[in-house]
Design a binder for this molecule. Structure first.
Ligand code: SF4
Ligand code: SF4
Length: 132
């Protein structure tokens, strides 16, 4: 079991219980492209075996299947309830993680998928010197 995999379990648990400290407001609106259900990034998860372990601990992962890997070798997941038109087939019964996405305040690795209608309002160091 790799350290990244252990971290991914830790972050999943933390997302339920621990309020984040770094905050980046989100602006924009959903364009209903479905990509956030088609290209789900999974920090630290590398293979089918690790996904199965996550599915065992967190049952809502059972809706996801592997659809590729990213530049870090982490798996990219797709939800089996996503329709060809990019709509959720279980919209009224979708899990909390889907209902909350995107959180209006997010933290580490704050970024949205390319082409998403939302954007993260990150503050650069120089922004702190601008007058209000
Ligand atoms: S990727 Fe962004 S624009 Fe596309 S469905 Fe998800 S939230 Fe909406
Ligand atoms: S359950 Fe619906 S909203 Fe959640 S990932 Fe699947 S298709 Fe998207």
């Amino acid at each position: 079991m790799s350290m990244d995999f252990v971290k991914s379990i830790y972050y999943e648990i933390k997302s339920y219980f621990v309020p984040e400290k770094l905050k980046y407001p989100i602006d924009g609106k959903c364009l209903k492209c479905g990509n956030c259900c088609r290209q789900i990034r999974c920090y630290g998860l590398k293979n089918e075996r690790e996904l199965k372990f996550m599915q065992f601990i967190f049952p809502h992962y059972k809706r996801f299947y592997i659809n590729g890997t990213d530049e870090n070798g982490d798996i990219i997941l797709t939800c089996k309830f996503l329709s060809e038109e990019g709509k959720c087939n279980v919209y009224k019964k979708r899990p909390k993680v889907c209902r909350d996405y995107p959180k209006k305040i997010i933290s580490i690795n704050a970024q949205m998928l390319d082409g998403c209608g939302y954007r993260v309002m990150k503050k650069e160091f120089k922004d702190y010197f601008k007058s209000p």
